[in-house]
Design a protein around this ligand. Sequence first.
Ligand SMILES: [Zn+2]
Length: 147
Amino acid sequence: MTVVKNSSYENTDTFESILESIGKNGFLTIDSIERLSKMFSMQSMSKVKEIMSEIIKVVFIPSNRTIWMKLGTDKDYIIYPHSYCSCMDFFIHGILKNRKYYCKHLIAQGIIEQLSVSNPKDIEMTEQDENFKEKVIQRLELEHFLN
Ligand SMILES: [Zn+2]
């Protein structure tokens, strides 16, 4: 008798391995979009796509420390890549349930990090900058104006 292994594609696929293949290509392929949609549903992926333009990476000079944020019209969230987001969805499904969880902000950040096109929303700040949020928003508005 032969044992047939259940080689279900979806069951063995992980977000990390999808990110790895996005990183190898440097851009989103149809294959990676399909795998992401299977993992997180088509509906979440369309939200993720919207959020991607609101994710920024702030680099502090001179230490080169970075933080990732999602800047929204209503609320801003802080994202620690692959582990934490300050949104309510992550709080409920990740922290309260004490399990590995990817909210749409963590998914969007993970994808952006793998894209080879330098992120146009990277913002450099000096460590001494006060009024952090105001400066980030000013910088974003300026970028928008220049583009
Ligand atoms: Zn989140």
